[in-house]
Design a protein around this ligand. Structure first.
Ligand code: F6P
Ligand code: MG
Length: 449
């Protein structure tokens, strides 16, 4: 197998792998995702106020997108990306050359999927009128609005958590502080579930049940590698450090992003961090990932009583969140490395400056499935492989404190404590469902020592 997709320890999952989520995704979902972008551009171009030249250009873009879709459906070879004036194109093509001959349904999943999103962006970059157009915005917005009940209820729960945190601090109640930390961490964790039914459309009573201590215990059962105690111990041990910047490498816009911003605000309110840096993607990526424009879009949505009519708690929460952004306690940043096809094992060599920054961070929180795939090289590791080992150069002695909050939605999962636990999971959720269906999760921590 080509060296670009292997290291001494692990084989990366390919889209040709029988029975894999990789194969299923490549065969059934990719063409649909491209079709979604074609439809979206058509809808935007059809609006009355669209400039004639822009509308005319949309036809060429749709034709180019249709060509990608056809190549996926016909399992054609992956070919070098034509120049679009951006510096990263050469890296993509170098990486493709290192893989060697491959096709859409016979390529490393991680590379193929990233290549698809870069191919869409290449078409837009090469246009005159659509360069900064977000083909997934319509979808992101409509999904966010659907999680209305959960957003409103979460705002109420957040205000309660802030009040409880104050009380616990004043009365030095360590157990209470820890439970609140676990609750906020788990809100950010389950915000990553594909199936938002876990949190969406709930009544206040349901949500309180879900986020209450009993519910935390119940959902903890589905966390197949849970290092939350180690994270808390690390935070306690190091609380005296003057600068405690936490980096959150974001995943999805909308509901998940709302939980992440609340988490960031909580980390500041609780004095766990002194600043939080949110990492977004530079261009539309994996459909729903946060790009810079999604930050203001979050606030526009939250401010709108048409989207979120239950204002009682939202009107208290929003100014608190905005204040953190205005004061610089919460900042946003993008690094081109996040939208490359490289796994994070290649970060020290491919993005040394970013790697150094993360080494200096107090804690780096990676949200979501794709980040986890990149952390673990999308490798077919035995599930009892330690998280530290699967992190490769970002693991032992890396000096990076890494927490992954990820609901399981692909083929890789490590850190399960024992083989008997793996056997039990296979029995409980057969056919790899526990690695794929978003109902199981990991809270995996490594201190990089
Ligand atoms: O369901 C598969 C998938 O599209 C993967 O390709 C990808 O890893 C994941 O979903 C995206 O999920 P997340 O938004 O949690 O990274
Ligand atoms: Mg995502």
């Amino acid at each position: 197998m080509p060296s670009a997709t292997m290291n001494a320890q692990v084989r990366a999952v390919w889209t040709s792998e029988e029975g894999s989520m990789a194969k299923q995704t490549a065969e059934t979902r990719w063409a649909k995702i491209i079709q979604g972008t074609i439809d979206d551009i058509g809808e935007t171009a059809a609006a009355d106020d669209v400039d004639g030249q822009k509308r005319a250009e949309s036809i060429a873009i749709q034709i180019a997108l249709k060509a990608i879709k056809k190549r996926i459906e016909q399992n054609k070879p992956l070919t070098p990306l034509p120049d679009d004036g951006k510096l990263d194109i050469q890296d993509w093509n170098k990486q493709l050359a290192a893989i060697g001959e491959c096709s859409w349904i016979n390529c490393p999943w991680l590379f193929g999927e990233c290549y698809m999103y870069r191919s869409i962006q290449r078409i837009l970059n090469s246009s005159k009128h659509w360069q900064n157009y977000d083909v997934f915005k319509r979808q992101k917005d409509s999904t966010f609005v659907k999680s209305r009940a959960a957003v409103e209820e979460l705002a109420s729960r957040y205000m309660q958590i802030v009040a409880d945190t104050r009380l616990a601090q004043n009365e030095s109640k360590e157990d209470a502080k820890k439970l609140l930390f676990i609750e906020m961490t788990e809100i950010a964790l389950w915000g990553n579930a594909t199936d938002l039914s876990l949190l969406a459309n709930l009544t206040l009573e349901d949500l309180q049940k879900l986020q209450g201590r009993e519910a935390i215990k119940k959902s903890q059962r589905n966390i197949v590698d849970n290092d939350i105690d180690d994270v808390w111990a690390y935070l306690q041990r190091t609380a005296g450090q003057a600068s405690r910047q936490i980096d959150i490498v974001l995943d999805n816009a909308g509901f998940e992003f709302f939980t992440d911003v609340l988490y960031a605000a909580y980390l500041l309110e609780a004095g766990i961090s002194t600043s939080v840096r949110l990492h977004t993607k530079e261009f539309p990526w994996f459909v729903s990932d946060v790009i810079p424009s999604d930050v203001e879009s979050l606030f526009e949505h939250l401010d709108s009583s048409e989207c979120f009519p239950g204002r009682e708690y939202l009107d208290q929460v929003i100014p608190r969140l905005r204040k953190f952004f205005q004061s610089g306690a919460i900042t946003t940043t993008s690094d081109p490395f996040w939208t490359t096809p490289f796994s994070f094992h290649e970060m020290p060599s491919e993005a040394p400056a970013l790697f150094k920054e993360l080494q200096h961070s107090y804690l780096v929180i990676f949200k979501g499935d794709l980040n986890y795939r990149k952390l673990t090289r999308d490798g077919m590791w035995p599930h009892i492989t330690t998280y530290e080992k699967a992190l490769g150069p970002l693991g032992k002695e890396s000096d990076v404190k890494i927490l992954a909050l990820r609901t399981n939605k692909s083929d890789v999962c490590v850190g399960v404590p024992t083989q008997s636990k793996v056997d039990a999971l296979n029995e409980e959720a057969p056919g790899g469902a526990w690695i794929r269906n978003g109902k199981y999760a990991v809270v995996s921590f490594n201190e990089g020592r």
